[in-house]
Design a protein around this ligand. Structure first.
Ligand SMILES: [Zn+2]
Length: 119
């Protein structure tokens, strides 16, 4: 499965590559899980996603609401029900956006620390 529609360019060496599941690795530190990918050409590490238990719970909730929205669309639910699901979805998304910068900063630190010796 390709996680991005288009190949990405490495900022370090300019190589272009496709990010798929096999390219994603993760580091766990306490409650945090840092997912990253590596440039196949120069080995540069890029942060992909960082989660803690709260973020993982939000990801799970978001998937559940997305499934409800999909079902609501297919079964032509009442507008009111549909709106309720959309509201739930927006709320989850907003919280994810709020906590992600903090997680990202911690993740960058862990990622840099883990591979500092490579440089
Ligand atoms: Zn590279």
């Amino acid at each position: 499965m390709s996680l991005f529609d288009k190949p990405v360019d490495c900022n370090e060496c300019g190589a272009q590559f496709v990010i798929d599941d096999s390219r994603i690795a993760s580091i766990k530190e306490g409650d945090l899980e840092v997912q990253y990918f590596t440039c196949p050409s120069c080995g540069a590490k890029y942060l992909f996603f960082v989660t803690d238990s709260r973020m993982r719970e939000l990801v799970r909730q978001r998937k559940a609401v997305q499934a409800k929205i999909k079902a609501a669309r297919a079964k032509r639910f009442q507008e009111r029900t549909f709106k309720k699901y959309m509201k739930e979805y927006e709320k989850i998304k907003k919280e994810q956006e709020e906590i992600f910068p903090g997680l990202k900063a911690k993740g960058e630190k862990i990622l840099n620390g883990a591979f500092a010796r490579d440089n």
